[in-house]
Design a protein around this ligand. Structure first.
Ligand SMILES: CCCCCCCCCCCC(=O)SCCNC(=O)CCNC(=O)[C@H](O)C(C)(C)COP(=O)(O)OP(=O)(O)OC[C@H]1O[C@@H](n2cnc3c(N)ncnc32)[C@H](O)[C@@H]1OP(=O)(O)O
Length: 220
C-alpha cells in the first residue's frame, strides 16, 4: 500500500519555477480535457478517426518519454505553496478534474463555479451522482481545511433533491463545528433552478496530522 505521508514532499521549487510549470502543464491538461467530450460527440468518419488516432499516438509517444512514476501526491515549498496537481476534482494537471477552482470568503465559506461537460453524464442529460459526490467531497474538505481542521473524509452524506443538470453549476460549503479531530461541514450543489444536492460531511484529521500540529504548537 502507498505510504500517504511519503507523498507529502517539500520539493523546494522556487515560485518562478512553479509558475513556469503551471503555465506549461495546465494548458496540456486543458487540451486533454477538451478531447473527452469529443470522444463522445465527434461524428468524424472512418478515415478521420484513423488519422486523429495517429496524431494522438504521436502525442502519447512524446509525453511518455520522460515522466514521474506513481501519483503526484502533495508537493510544497518552504513558502508553504501547496500543489495537489493530480487531484481528481481540482488538480491543475488532471484532465479528469472539471477542474474546480475553490474560493474562500472572509467568513470561511468556500465556493466554486464550475462547468461539467457531457463526459460527466449519469442519468440522460444530467450529472452522474458519483460526480456530484466528487465535487462535494472536495468542496466540503476544503471548508474543513480552511476552517483549520484539514482531514480525510470519514463520512459524506448526500441528499439528491432533484436531478443535477450538466453545464454551469455552483457548489459551496461551510464548517459547522470542530470536535477533537473531527470537523463537521455542510454544503450543496446548485444549478440554474436552485439546490440539487445537499451534503453533510465529517472530516477527520489523521493522528499523524494531529501529532504534527501539537508538535508545532509546542514550539510556539
Ligand atoms: C490528510 C489531510 C487531508 C487533506 C485532504 C484534502 C483533500 C480534499 C478532500 C478530499 C477528501 C478525500 O477524498 S479523503 C479520501 C476518502 N477518505 C478516506 O479514504 C478515509 C479512510 N479512512 C481513514 O483513513 C480513517 O478511517 C480515518 C482517518 C477517517 C479515521 O481513522 P482514525 O484516525 O484511526 O479514527 P479513530 O481514531 O478511530 O476515530 C477518531 C474519531 O473519529 C470518529 N470516526 C472514525 N471514523 C469515522 C468515520 N468514518 N465517520 C465518522 N466518524 C468517524 C471516531 O468515532 C472518533 O470519534 P471520537 O471518539 O473522537 O468522538
Amino acid at each position: 500500500m502507498t505510504d500517504v505521508v511519503s507523498l507529502y514532499v517539500n520539493d523546494g521549487l522556487p515560485e518562478e519555477e512553479i509558475a513556469r510549470q503551471a503555465a506549461l502543464y495546465g494548458p496540456l491538461a486543458e487540451d486533454i480535457r477538451a478531447l473527452i467530450p469529443l470522444g463522445i460527440s465527434s461524428r468524424a468518419d472512418d478515415d478521420e478517426i484513423r488519422r486523429a488516432r495517429e496524431h494522438l499516438a504521436a502525442a502519447t509517444e512524446i509525453l511518455e518519454r520522460r515522466r514521474d512514476s506513481g501519483p503526484f501526491g502533495t508537493r510544497f515549498n518552504d513558502a508553504g505553496h501547496f500543489r495537489t496537481w493530480g487531484n481528481a476534482a481540482a488538480g491543475l494537471r488532471n484532465a479528469v478534474a472539471p477542474p474546480l477552482e475553490v474560493h474562500t470568503d472572509p467568513d470561511g465559506r468556500v465556493w466554486t463555479d464550475f462547468h461539467l461537460h457531457i463526459g460527466y453524464e449519469g442519468p440522460a442529460g444530467h450529472t452522474h451522482g458519483g460526480v456530484s459526490a466528487l465535487v462535494l467531497d472536495q468542496v466540503l474538505g476544503d471548508a474543513a481545511r480552511v476552517g483549520g481542521s484539514p482531514g480525510m473524509t470519514g463520512t459524506l452524506t448526500l441528499r439528491y433533491r432533484k436531478p443535477t443538470p450538466l453545464g454551469d453549476l455552483h457548489a459551496e460549503a461551510k464548517l459547522d463545528r470542530i470536535e477533537g479531530r473531527k470537523a463537521f461541514v455542510t454544503g450543496h450543489i446548485a444549478g440554474p433552478d436552485g439546490i440539487c444536492v445537499e451534503a453533510e460531511g465529517i472530516f477527520i484529521a489523521p493522528q499523524w496530522i494531529a501529532d504534527a500540529r501539537a508538535k508545532f504548537e509546542a514550539q510556539d
